[in-house]
Design a protein around this ligand. Structure first.
Ligand code: GLP
Length: 244
């Protein structure tokens, strides 16, 4: 789906998410959302908040799982994805406190592998992800699945690419302050979602979008794995579509 700008695109995505949330609610079932951070989803979250305030969209039966978190990272840090999610969505809607999950960047290293298995288990116990929102890194990463990530990968600790750390440098006040690692859902964790929407705005993303959509499926561009998913849509603005 190509839109003139990110605002129009985000309005469409938020409506699509609201549809899934409402359909599940009508059936008395929980709705499981996979959520992303970064600048791209901010406009979608703003629209979801608007739908909550103006149209009564309720999140009381919604359970969420976030894709990733820097490691190490404390939840109250201004750079944490916990804080991002509270500020951009959770503090403004009626989601129940125990119903959102974000990888915990404070887990001791020795316990991390078990923790990642438990995170996967919690997704399965919740019924699997109904709707997964994704962004894309300039190098094709989805969540923090950097180039080289296998299609079979699951939630794990990953070493961040230099280009990923460079992209976050301004936010952190210097590349040396960007964590070297992150906890991320795996490619196969993401591919198990029943519906996926990937967002990309601006000309900066045009080359990687072209590669992900029209290039060969390759671990060099993890977003290209999505070509094999039966219900994935890239929702992008005209500038990100410039090289298609
Ligand atoms: C980070 C996140 C990704 C996100 C990417 C792109 O690396 N871990 O999930 O997709 O940034 O961010 P932006 O949307 O700001 O371009």
């Amino acid at each position: 789906n190509i839109y003139a700008d990110s605002k129009k695109a985000s309005a469409w995505v938020a409506r699509e998410m609201a549809k899934v949330i409402n359909e599940k609610g009508k059936k008395g079932e929980t709705c499981v959302l996979g959520l992303a951070t970064g600048s791209s989803p901010k406009t979608v979250y703003a629209e979801l908040i608007r739908l909550h305030k103006n149209e009564g969209l309720s999140f009381k039966h919604v359970i969420t799982f976030n894709l990733d978190e820097y490691y190490p990272m404390t939840p109250d840090s201004i750079h944490s994805y916990h804080r991002f999610m509270r500020e951009n969505l959770f503090d403004h809607v009626d989601i129940l406190p125990g119903n959102f999950h974000i990888p915990d960047g404070t887990i001791p290293l020795a316990m991390l592998s078990n923790y990642c298995k438990e995170y996967e288990q919690r997704i399965i116990e919740a019924g699997g992800i109904d709707f997964q929102l994704l962004g894309i890194g300039g190098n094709g990463h989805v969540a923090f699945n950097e180039p080289g990530s296998l299609q079979s990968s699951r939630t794990r600790l990953i070493t961040l690419d230099q280009s990923t750390r460079a992209a976050a440098a301004t936010e952190f006040g210097g590349i040396h302050l960007v964590p070297k690692k992150a906890i991320t859902m795996g490619v196969s964790t993401i591919m198990n979602a029943r519906q996926i929407v990937l967002l990309a705005w601006g000309e900066r993303k045009a080359p990687v979008i072209q590669q992900a959509v029209e290039g060969v499926v390759s671990e060099q561009n993890p977003a290209s794995y999505l070509q094999a998913h039966p219900n994935t849509r890239f929702v992008i603005d005209e500038r990100a579509a410039a090289e298609l």
